[in-house]
Design a protein around this ligand. Sequence first.
Ligand SMILES: [Zn+2]
Length: 118
Amino acid sequence: MGRLFLIDLEENFYSCKNCETPIALVNHLLSMNYECPFGRAYLFDKVVNVLDGERDEPIPESNSTMVHLFCVQCQYTVGFKFVRRAVLESQRSKIILIRCFLTPSFGGTTKESLSLQG
Ligand SMILES: [Zn+2]
């Protein structure tokens, strides 16, 4: 596998649970309470260090398809995005990261204390 965009995120961020590659900044978090078929999830407007899955899976009775997202480093599934057709470019996709596949990295705060929140 080729491309590797590892960037140094100095702010608070979420990383891949498997290899701890930074995946998303807290600043890009839109919702912490998104429910998806895989359980509790976070909704982001932007993510980094992920690869799109090869296949779009149509969602029945909707104008959308679903694309799986993988960690660029370890290819672990971290979430997916909904891609809507025939709408403005800026509204086209929703990026959903599945909570149980992420590790929060918030400054000096420990994972243990974060797991008690929300
Ligand atoms: Zn990873």
